[in-house]
Ligand binder design. Structure first.
Ligand SMILES: Cc1cc2nc3c(=O)[nH]c(=O)nc-3n(C[C@H](O)[C@H](O)[C@H](O)COP(=O)(O)O)c2cc1C
Length: 677
C-alpha cells in the first residue's frame, strides 16, 4: 500500500443520491449474511453493519429482504413486508448513523431460485416470470398471473414503507442475478406473451410498477434504486449489452429511480456475479458501468461492483467517470475496517479478500456467513473493534509458536498485539503452511494474499519469525518459554484409506514408487512435471480444487492422459459452492482432463490401476505412470504428543495438527487462542 489514501482525488467527494447524501464514494452492495432470527434481522446483523459503518463505508446495503412470501429462499433469510420488521430496522439505522453512514435495504424475491418446500409451515409454489426451472434448484415454478403481479407489487410498496418508517435511507429493488425481477428482464427467463414480455418496455414493466408503488408509499423521502445485471454472460439467449442499454434507458426514462447499481451474471453464471479467486480481472464490470453512465446521463447515479479490491482502483473508476459510487463488497466482508485503516495509514493491518469465497460456500450451505481469513466477520459482537484485551503489565509471556501456517500466524499476530513477546519457529523456508502449496497451482495465486494478510503485520508487531528452524522437545526446553503453542499442521495421507472402503486400511499397491500423495505430487509437478509421466490418475476425496489444479498443471506441462476420479457424487463438489466450478471445469476439461465420479480404486499393480463403479457397475483397468492420492490429511501431532506432559508451563495445540480442516476453522482457532493466551 504505497499511496496515502487521503491523497486520492476522487473517492472522498460527497455525493447526493436522491434525498440521500453520502460522505464519499466507497460502499458495500447488498450481501446476504443469514443471521436472521424469526425472519427478522438480528443483533448479529446490527453488529455486522455497525462495524462496517465504523470501518468507514459511506453507504451500506442490507442483505436481500424478501418483499413477498413467495420470495424467501434461505432458512435464516428475512422479510420486509410486515410492520414487525420496523423495530430492528430502526436499531440498524441508529447503529450505522452513529458513524455518518447511510443504510439502504435491498428488496428482493427469489423467483425460480428457491424451493417450494423450503419452509415446513408454508410449502408454496415458486413464482417466476415464466415456468423455467432454475439450473441450481431445478424446480418448475408457476408463471405469475396478473393477480400475483399486483399482489407482489403491493408488497414491495409495503416493504419500502417499513424501511422509511424505521428511519433507514433507501431501498434497492433487486432486479439482477436471475432473481424474480431479474428474470422478467432476461430473455432467457421471460418467455411471456402478455404485457410483461416481448418488447423492452414490456420486460421492464414490472420493475416500473414496483418503482411506482414504492414512490406512492415513500414519495421522495428515501432513495430508491435498482440493481441490474448488465450482462448475464449467457451469450445471445441472456441479457447482453444492447438489451441492457435499452432497458436502462426505459428505466431511467421513468424518472422513478435515483440510481442503478450495475452488476453482472445470473444463476447460470454466478462465477461472474461473485467472481472467485483469479476468475475475473479487478474492476471487470467498470466498462459496463461506464456505458450505463453514458445511457443514463444525469437522470440517475451509477454504482459499480466486481472484484474491486483497492481504494486506488475505486478512485480511478470514479476519476474516469465510469461510476459515481464504487462497491468493494467482499473487501469489506473480509475486513470491516478496510477503508478506515487506509485512511489512518494502517493499510498493513488490512485483511484483504483473496476470493476464496468461503462466504458464499456458507450461503450455499444455508449457514451464517463468515470469512475464512477473518474470524471477526459475523462475530462482531464478540470480536469486533475494541474487544481485544491487552495483557496487564507484568503478565506478558514469552510465547513460542511452532508452525507458521495460518493458525500459528493468526495466533502470533494477535498475541503480540496484546503485548506478549512472540517467536514463531517454522521448519520450512517460507511461512504459509498449506497455503504455500495451493498458491502454486494455476488460477490459485490469490492464496498469496491470504499469506500476506498473516505475515504483513508481524514485523511491526515485533514477532520474531525464525524460518528453517525445526522445533524439537529439547530445543523448546532450552528456550525457557512461558507458553508453547503447537501449530504444526497436517500432511497428506498416502495410505488410500477411505470411508468408501471401511473394511480396509489401505489401497493394495500404495507403497509402490509410482503412488504419491497430492502434496508431494504438486511439489514435484512444480519443479519437474515430466517426472510424474504422461499418464496420471488422481484419486480425489477432497471435493476441492487441489486435484483440479494439479491436473491442469500436468496437462499444461505436456501430460496426455490425466484423469481425476472420485467415489463422490461429483468431482470437486465443493468448488460448486465456492462458485469456482463453472470457471475451473471448462478450463481443465477443455485441456483434455477426464473427470470421473462415483468410481473408486480397487488396487494398483505396477502401472495397472483397477477402478470400479461404486454402485456395482463396470470395472476397468487404467494404465498409468503415476497415481496421486488426494484424500485426507494426517495431523502432524508428534511434537505435541512428545511435549504435552513434559513440564512446560503452558502448552497449547491449534489448527490442523488437532484435526485437519478447512482454513476457516484453523484460522478461527488462531484468533481464539490469540485473544486468550
Ligand atoms: C456472501 C455474499 C452474499 C451476497 N448476497 C447478495 C445479495 O443478497 N444480493 C445481491 O444483490 N448480491 C449479493 N451478493 C453479491 C454482492 O453484492 C457483490 O455484487 C459481489 O460480492 C461482487 O462484488 P465484490 O467483488 O466487491 O465482492 C453477495 C455476495 C456475497 C459474497
Amino acid at each position: 500500500m504505497t499511496t496515502n489514501a487521503a491523497e486520492l482525488k476522487h473517492i472522498w467527494q460527497p455525493l447526493d443520491i436522491g434525498p440521500m447524501r453520502v460522505d464519499h464514494r466507497v460502499m458495500a452492495t447488498g450481501h446476504t449474511q443469514l443471521y436472521g432470527v424469526d425472519e427478522l434481522i438480528s443483533d448479529r446483523h446490527v453488529a455486522y453493519y455497525r462495524e462496517r459503518a465504523m470501518g468507514g463505508a459511506s453507504l451500506l446495503v442490507l442483505e436481500q429482504q424478501a418483499a413477498h412470501p413467495s420470495g424467501m429462499n434461505y432458512d435464516q433469510g428475512c422479510i420486509a413486508w410486515e410492520p414487525r420488521v420496523v423495530p430492528m430496522y430502526a436499531k440498524l439505522a441508529d447503529a450505522v448513523h452513529e458513524f455518518g453512514t447511510q443504510q439502504m435495504v435491498q428488496l428482493f424475491c427469489c423467483g425460480a431460485q428457491g424451493l417450494s418446500t423450503m419452509f415446513v409451515d408454508r410449502f408454496r409454489p415458486l413464482w417466476a416470470a415464466s415456468p423455467i426451472p432454475s439450473s441450481v434448484y431445478n424446480e418448475r415454478p408457476k408463471a405469475m398471473e396478473k393477480d400475483d403481479i399486483h399482489e407482489l407489487v403491493e408488497h414491495f410498496g409495503r416493504s419500502a414503507f417499513n424501511v422509511m418508517t424505521a428511519g433507514l435511507d433507501g431501498v434497492e429493488i433487486h432486479a439482477a442475478h436471475s432473481q424474480l425481477l431479474g428474470e422478467f428482464l432476461s430473455p432467457a427467463f421471460n418467455k411471456r406473451t402478455d404485457e410483461y414480455g416481448g418488447s423492452v418496455e414490456n420486460m421492464c414493466r414490472i420493475v416500473i410498477e414496483v418503482g411506482e408503488e414504492i414512490r406512492k408509499r415513500v414519495g421522495d423521502e428515501i432513495a430508491v434504486g435498482v440493481r441490474l445485471s448488465a450482462d448475464e454472460f449467457l451469450g445471445e439467449i441472456g441479457i447482453r449489452g444492447d438489451d441492457f442499454e435499452a432497458q436502462l434507458d426505459v428505466l431511467a426514462g421513468s424518472g422513478l429511480f435515483d440510481y442503478f447499481d450495475i452488476s453482472g451474471g445470473g444463476y447460470h453464471t454466478l462465477h461472474v456475479a461473485v467472481a472467485p479467486m483469479n476468475a475475473q480481472p479487478e474492476g471487470f464490470l467498470a466498462p459496463y458501468s461506464e456505458r450505463a453512465k453514458e445511457v443514463v446521463g444525469h437522470r440517475a447515479k451509477i454504482f459499480v461492483v466486481g472484484r474491486i479490491l483497492s481504494l486506488e482502483l475505486a478512485d480511478e473508476i470514479v476519476g474516469k467517470g465510469q461510476a459515481d459510487m464504487v462497491a468493494m463488497t467482499r473487501a469489506q466482508i473480509a475486513d470491516p475496517h478496510h477503508i478506515r485503516k487506509r485512511r489512518e495509514g494502517r493499510g498493513d493491518e488490512i485483511v484483504n479478500c483473496a476470493g476464496i469465497n468461503f462466504c458464499i460456500e456458507r450461503l450455499v450451505d444455508n449457514r451464517e456467513v463468515t470469512c475464512a481469513l477473518n474470524p471477526v466477520t459475523g462475530r462482531e459482537e464478540r470480536w469486533g473493534d475494541g474487544t481485544l484485551e491487552l495483557v496487564p503489565p507484568g503478565r506478558e509471556k514469552k510465547v513460542a509458536v511452532v508452525g507458521a501456517g495460518p493458525a500459528g500466524m493468526k495466533l502470533a499476530g494477535l498475541a503480540a498485539k496484546r503485548g506478549h513477546a512472540v517467536t514463531v519457529l517454522e521448519q520450512a523456508a517460507e511461512p504459509g503452511g498449506n497455503f504455500n502449496l495451493i498458491k502454486q497451482l494455476p488460477t490459485r495465486s490469490g492464496w498469496q494474499i491470504a499469506i500476506d494478510n498473516l505475515t504483513r503485520p508481524l514485523d511491526s508487531l515485533g514477532v520474531d519469525v525464525r524460518l528453517n528452524q525445526e522445533a524439537t522437545p529439547s530445543s523448546l526446553e532450552a528456550g525457557d518459554w512461558d507458553a508453547v503453542v503447537v501449530a504444526t499442521g497436517a500432511t497428506w495421507s498416502g495410505s488410500g484409506a477411505s470411508p468408501y472402503r471401511p473394511e480396509r486400511d489401505a489401497i493394495p499397491g500404495v507403497d509402490q514408487d509410482n503412488v504419491i500423495d497430492v502434496g508431494a505430487a504438486i511439489r514435484r509437478a512444480v519443479d519437474d512435471p515430466a517426472s510424474l509421466g504422461a499418464r496420471v490418475l488422481i484419486l480425489d476425496e477432497t471435493a476441492g480444487d487441489l486435484p483440479l489444479g494439479l491436473a491442469e498443471l500436468l496437462v499444461d506441462a505436456g501430460a496426455t492422459e490425466v484423469e481425476v476420479l472420485t467415489p463422490q457424487l461429483l468431482v470437486g463438489e465443493d468448488t460448486m459452492k465456492t462458485l469456482d466450478m463453472a470457471y475451473l471445469f471448462p478450463r481443465i476439461v477443455g485441456k483434455g482432463v477426464t473427470l470421473t465420479s462415483q468410481y473408486f480404486v480397487e488396487k494398483i499393480d505396477g502401472d495397472a490401476v483397477e477402478v470400479y463403479d461404486v454402485w456395482g457397475g463396470p470395472r476397468r483397468s487404467v494404465t498409468v505412470d503415476t497415481v496421486v492420492l488426494a484424500q485426507f490429511k494426517d495431523p502432524n501431532d508428534a511434537l505435541w504428543q512428545s511435549i504435552r506432559h513434559n513440564g512446560f508451563k503452558e502448552v497449547h495445540r491449534i489448527g490442523d495438527c488437532v484435526a485437519p480442516r478447512k482454513p476457516a476453522a484453523v484460522v478461527y482457532e488462531g484468533e481464539q487462542l490469540g485473544r486468550e493466551i
